[in-house]
Design a protein around this ligand. Structure first.
Ligand code: 87F
Length: 526
């Protein structure tokens, strides 16, 4: 064999050796920093934490139990709250006839490119193509019309938990922008404008509570601008969250008042109780919260070790890991150690804590620490033989990395207290982050400077669509200073219900032309 041949042979063997090692032992930890490459960090976090599995249809993803369990917590809370308001669950078909979908021509125009159609069964073309629901106004309202004759048939308050399909062409991102997603959509019809308007805000409050009390994500409540509202409705209220790692805001949930726009299209009407023979149109709302919320939580709380879960939505809140099980540890001590871990787990479960022990003996404690850290479990409890002798254990918080030594007899109280503390700490941290990144500007120069330093900005605004177009165009940048990516223009995120400052009398719109009507929050967004 020639010398060249031997070298070739050695190298190809080496290559296959390295390849098989890397296939057998994929890198465990997160390999990029959140502050250095956010999108790569995000995809590593969601896959390595076992929330998402990729799928071979672009824009569609598998939600694994670790992610789906978060959705179940949201569902349980939200479902309970809307039932208190008299909302009932139901299920309507996922298919929409062309005629129903196109009834609301005015607003469907903008959305038409995203609607997916079924055109064939097998090789046979359908007589009429059928759309897959992108939202269910046009699915439900023909039925509402059948059900409403008199004011006694109102209100109708329905909700459904389902999937919807919007065939987006922008870059997809798991949870944040997907072609199929899960949501709840509420649709209600009322006899009076006031009844409907009250409900819009009640629902918005529940959305804010989902984010603030469960996901530990602070939100800004407000009304959408004319340009950004749901075109089919009268006005849109929204909760907006902020991802400081990208300097971008994200729409967290919306609650719309539809006025009688849809009632007129679908003839949802009833006899005026005060003036028989006179027909009145119902006043309607629709509102939705999606699995995007899980992406928001990930973006906001995740760190360079991986996912960080707020305790209230964590499938496992406490993981108990036996430590110091070496070959030299006497059998009776090993048994006692595992028994103690199991006892802790049982005692916590008895108190309503979602605790789990990890007794797998083919993994080292160090490996388990990394694993559960990556998955964002709020508290890790470490128990070793020496801890048992001292009647102690060590608790490690995921949010700060802090270690707390704890007495065995105070275990339940301490852990429960620590979980509440972590929940609050995550919220307070994110709240401070939002406060530090939401500022006021009264001139375009300051507005642009703040935007380019990753902030969202409240500016005096006239509310005109043409002016909002101008702001978006003017604030767009060809190249972003540090990433080299083009920086999109600022969108109107909302007209905050509680602006940072009240508008001064005679204030002029940021564009310098018309009088300002309100402070409006602008920012780059998802
Ligand atoms: C995409 C394709 C077709 C959004 C679409 O926000 C139609 C639409 O109507 C569409 N994307 N929308 C607006 C949805 C409004 C509203 N529906 C009920 C919600 C919450 C839940």
């Amino acid at each position: 064999m020639s010398c060249q041949c031997i070298i070739h042979c050695v190298f190809s063997h080496l290559f296959f050796l390295i390849l098989s090692i890397s296939l057998l032992f994929p890198r465990l930890g997160i390999e990029v920093k959140k502050e250095e490459n956010l999108s790569e960090w995000y995809s590593q976090v969601i896959t390595k934490s076992e929330m998402i599995e990729y799928y071979d249809v672009s824009g569609c993803y598998v939600l694994r139990p670790w992610a789906y369990s978060i959705w179940e917590v949201i569902q349980q809370f939200f479902d309970g709250e809307i039932k208190k308001l008299g909302v009932e669950n139901c299920y309507f078909p996922m298919f929409v006839s062309q005629s129903a979908l196109e009834k609301e021509a005015s607003h469907i125009e903008d959305f038409a490119p995203e609607v997916a159609w079924v055109t064939h069964s097998g090789k046979t073309e359908l007589a009429e193509p059928i759309a897959i629901r992108p939202t269910s106004e046009t699915v439900m309202y023909p039925t509402f019309a059948k059900w409403v004759q008199s004011h006694r048939d109102l209100p109708i308050k329905l909700n459904q938990w389902c999937n919807v399909v919007r065939w987006e062409f922008k870059h997809p991102q798991p949870f944040l922008r997907t072609r199929e997603f899960l949501w709840q959509e509420g649709h209600t019809a009322h006899a009076t404008e006031k009844d409907a308007a009250d409900e819009v805000l009640q629902i918005l409050d529940i959305y804010a509570r989902v984010y603030e009390e469960f996901l530990a994500v602070p939100v800004v409540k407000g009304k959408k601008t004319e340009k950004e509202k749901f075109a089919g409705g009268q006005y849109t209220t929204t909760v907006e969250a902020f991802v400081s790692a990208s300097g971008r805001a994200i729409q967290a949930a919306t609650s719309h008042h539809l006025g009688n726009n849809f009632a007129k299209m679908f003839e949802i009407m009833f006899e005026d109780p005060l003036c028989p023979k006179q027909k009145l149109y119902a006043f309607q709302n629709s509102w939705g919260l999606t699995t995007r919320s899980i992406g928001v939580l990930t973006m906001i709380h995740g760190d360079n070790q991986g996912l960080v879960l707020p305790p209230r939505v964590a499938k496992i809140q406490v993981v108990i890991i036996p430590c110091g099980v070496t070959a030299s540890l006497p059998e009776n001590e090993r048994v006692a150690l595992l028994a103690k871990c199991h006892e802790y787990q049982k005692r916590l479960v008895c108190r309503g804590v979602r605790a789990s022990d990890d007794f797998r003996d083919n993994y080292s404690p160090g490996w388990k620490f990394n694993h559960w850290e990556l998955k964002g479990v709020p508290i890790r409890v470490e128990v070793g033989p020496r801890d048992i002798r001292r009647q102690e254990f060590v608790a490690v918080r995921r949010d700060t990395g802090e270690k707390v030594v704890c007495r065995e007899d105070e275990m339940e109280a301490l852990v429960i207290d620590l979980l509440a503390n972590i929940q609050h700490n995550l919220y307070n941290r994110a709240k401070k982050d939002l406060q530090d990144h939401m500022v006021i500007a009264d001139t375009m120069e300051v507005f642009q400077k703040e935007l380019d330093s990753g902030k969202i900005v409240q500016v005096p605004f006239c509310g005109e669509v043409s002016c909002e177009d101008w702001i978006k165009k003017t604030t767009a940048r060809d190249e972003e200073v540090d990433t080299g990516a083009p920086a999109m223009g600022a969108k109107g995120l909302c007209i905050p219900f509680e602006p940072l400052r009240q508008l001064a009398p005679g204030a002029i719109c940021i564009s310098g032309k018309e009088p300002a009507k309100f402070y409006t929050l602008f920012g780059r967004s998802y």
